[in-house]
Design a protein around this ligand. Structure first.
Ligand SMILES: Nc1ccn([C@@H]2O[C@H](COP(=O)(O)OP(=O)(O)OP(=O)(O)O)[C@@H](O)[C@H]2O)c(=O)n1
Ligand SMILES: C[C@](O)(CO)[C@H](O)COP(=O)(O)O
Length: 245
């Protein structure tokens, strides 16, 4: 068994917290958009604006800097606000976030999927408060639908109901997720050393045994993943003069 020699960075005493903590918004946008089938989602438009413009405009007023991970060879869509920095992302979302973390010195980071365009100022501010309290927090929604374990019989290409899953205490994870940067960097290094992959950053921090605070999210913060999500996003974006996220 491999022994890991990394050390969890020490926590700052409460009274040493700076009065104006610095936040960076880190936006993984380096995916290929396979399930949507319209090329990299950063440039896919909703209500006449790129998904990346929606995400950056929601975050920029609240943070000192915004850094975006893009697929190699892709430039920022022209409607993204000035001042946004870019890096080339990695092969997976986890790789892209690890690379984004290397591109900032901010004390706190908010990680937000480019694929979630409708992020309100209230949620950003709630996340900033949570991360100061807990060092690790995520937006999440209590699960509302019935859940089952299914089994796919490939010969018949049919899914079989195996058993129901109790949904009490189950939450669907959204973004943004917020962290003290050094904690998340440590979690990524630890995961890389272990060969561990998670679908989100909070999963890497939780694996360290660190508590992750849940901040109640919003159905409008859905991820544009498939064609149906894009249709929903277009309907929700509406004409520009009637928009209020
Ligand atoms: N190598 C990757 C893969 C994903 N992402 C980003 O992570 C977010 C969530 O991923 P998802 O919605 O799955 O986007 P895609 O990976 O583009 O979609 P798909 O899995 O269908 O290809 C997106 O903003 C995506 O751009 C990333 O930065 N780097
Ligand atoms: C980070 C995330 O959006 C939380 O729900 C989700 O895990 C991303 O998954 P994806 O398969 O990369 O879209």
């Amino acid at each position: 068994m491999t022994r890991l020699t990394l050390t969890v960075p020490s926590l700052s005493p409460i009274n040493s917290q700076p009065s104006t903590p610095s936040y960076a918004a880190l936006i993984p946008a380096a995916g290929s958009g396979t399930r949507l089938g319209k090329g990299p989602k950063a440039a896919v438009t909703v209500g006449g604006r790129s998904l990346l413009a929606w995400a950056t405009e929601a975050l920029a007023p609240h943070v000192a800097e915004v850094v975006v991970a893009l697929p190699g060879g892709l430039s920022l869509p022209a409607d993204v606000p000035a001042g946004v920095r870019t890096i080339t992302g990695g092969a997976t979302r986890q790789d892209s976030v690890r690379l984004l973390l290397e591109a900032t010195h901010a004390e706190y980071v908010l990680i937000h999927d480019a694929a979630r365009p409708f992020l309100s100022a209230e949620i950003v501010q709630a996340m900033q408060a949570a991360v100061l309290r807990s060092e690790a927090a995520t937006v999440a929604l209590p699960v509302a639908d019935s859940l089952v374990l299914g089994d796919v019989n490939t010969e018949q290409a049919r899914a079989f109901w195996v058993q129901g899953v109790a949904r009490e205490n189950l939450w669907a994870i959204q973004t943004p997720q917020g962290f003290r940067r050094e904690l998340l960097q440590y979690a990524h290094a630890y995961a890389a050393a272990e060969g561990f992959a998670a679908t989100d950053d909070a999963g890497l921090v939780a694996r360290l045994g660190h508590t992750v605070e849940l901040v109640e999210g919003d159905a409008r913060l859905f991820k544009v993943t498939r064609a149906g999500d894009l249709a929903l996003a277009e309907a929700f974006a509406g004409p520009s003069e009637s928009r209020k996220v």
